[in-house]
Write a protein that binds this ligand. Structure first.
Ligand code: SF4
Length: 429
């Protein structure tokens, strides 16, 4: 059986799908390789949500072209958001690719495998690995809803991943039970908008109902979920977070802009005032909450004053983490059709740097409050001779110990803080 290497870029949904593809290939007896040159079969799980990501994908595709010239038996599979409905056109552009399949289109992968004599099992399997791709991880990403119905004006996702389709509650519970039997301790439920979960299912269960069901699985220690949408997040969900012990105190709630006119042009369907109110409710109900957000700078027409509104929102709300991106037009989207990409690249860069600078100070202040505190982490693996894991609030922590902490909950005391990670000393044992 071929040795495979999966290259993944983009969001958690892509990472979840790569875990699933690894599971399928493992089921056929294929072995994971450590890099492209060691593989006979490579899978590129792509992202085109921003120009920079698309450039990396194109660069990797051309690198593989060279590899295939030297090793004509190398098989190249491409999935993720690069793959649209016009696969024939993509096939013409990239003739060295053996299979293009849309995100989540596993029947296509299985059928291709069968033709190649790779007997992929049809049943759902997932083999979580840590970011290095090889070591087993006690944390699994579980897709619960595919696609997105929102059509935010800048976003390509609904065009590539299609409309929302939720997985039935029983199917998800069954999968998580199986994973827990195999040693998984933490699951992150992923979807482009997890707050839409279930509206297309009989009886309309929602995310809070799903969290309730999963909380009943005995050896599952932690549950997370992402990404939320400020227009859809419900009070019922916030209350479920507050009351269910296994649900971690961490929420990804992208605001995108601190200016109401820009939010309107982005078609986000909430106002800055509504967003602030939500944050207030969440912090009141779940006082330990750690909040992450996404911000786009340099959206078409964004004036200096409108950008300042985003900056003051950041200063006012004090997020734990911000993912900030410069707007890049995505062909086919509403913003690409209707607006000029009129903010110069250097202005976008300046705005991005300003947000990152302010955020580094805020994150450093927030994290320094953890100094000397005792917290729980789940051991996820080793890096640079140290164990690493995350707190319930999703902060990355490193500590030294000779024991085996993979998949174990450890009590640790924070000794060192920075905006990005923490250093700690083991407390228990
Ligand atoms: S909610 Fe908006 S930004 Fe998120 S995937 Fe859907 S369209 Fe894109």
């Amino acid at each position: 059986m071929p040795r495979y290497f999966i290259w993944t870029i983009g969001c958690q949904m892509n990472k979840a799908e790569s875990q699933q593809i690894a599971g399928y290939l493992d089921s056929a007896g294929c072995q994971a390789a450590t890099s492209f040159p060691h593989a006979d079969l490579v899978v590129l799980n792509t992202c085109v949500v921003r120009q920079s990501a698309e450039n990396k994908v194109l660069g990797t595709l051309s690198l593989l072209k060279g590899l295939k010239n030297d090793h004509p038996n190398l098989q190249i599979l491409v999935t993720g958001c690069l793959v649209n409905s016009h696969t024939q056109e993509l096939q013409r552009r990239f003739p060295h690719v053996d299979l293009l399949f849309k995100p989540g289109d596993y029947p296509e992968l299985i059928a291709w495998g069968q033709k190649q004599g790779i007997p992929i099992e049809q049943k759902l399997l997932r083999y979580p690995r840590n970011d290095a791709g090889m070591a087993p991880s006690p944390c699994a990403l579980i897709p619960i809803i595919q696609g997105c119905d929102n059509f935010c004006s800048y976003c390509i996702v609904p065009y590539r991943r299609g409309r929302e389709v939720s997985r039935p509650v029983e199917e998800i519970v069954c999968e998580v039970e199986e994973l827990v039997r195999r040693g998984i301790k933490e699951v992150t439920l992923v979807g482009q908008n997890v707050d839409s979960y279930g509206h297309d299912l009989p009886g309309h269960p929602d995310l809070a109902d799903l969290l309730n069901e999963l909380s009943g699985i005995d050896d599952l220690a932690r549950i997370r979920f992402l990404t939320n949408h400020p227009k859809d997040i419900s009070l019922k969900l916030i209350e479920a977070m507050a009351s269910l012990n296994k649900v971690c105190e961490h929420l990804e709630l992208p605001v995108q802009s601190g200016d109401n006119d820009i939010l309107k042009a982005m078609r986000r369907e909430y106002t800055v005032e509504r967003y602030k109110e939500l944050v207030h409710i969440i912090r009141h109900k779940v006082p330990q909450i750690s909040l992450s957000t996404d911000i786009i700078v340099g959206f078409p027409g964004e004036t200096e004053e409108q950008f300042e509104h985003s900056l003051s929102l950041v200063q006012e709300l004090r997020f734990d983490v911000i993912h900030v991106a410069a707007y890049s037009p995505r062909p086919g989207t509403i913003a690409w059709r209707e607006y000029q990409d009129d903010i110069p690249a250097e202005v976008k860069k300046e705005r991005l740097n300003k947000i990152e600078e302010v955020q580094a100070t805020i994150a450093s202040e927030i994290n320094s409050q953890l100094q000397d505190k005792e917290v729980e982490i789940l051991g996820e693996g080793r890096k640079g001779g140290k164990w690493f894991g995350r707190t319930r609030s999703n902060k990355l922590v490193f500590f030294e110990d000779a024991g085996d902490w993979l998949g174990q909950l450890a009590r640790i005391q924070i000794e060192k803080t920075s905006p990005w990670s923490l250093g700690a000393r083991l407390k228990n044992n």
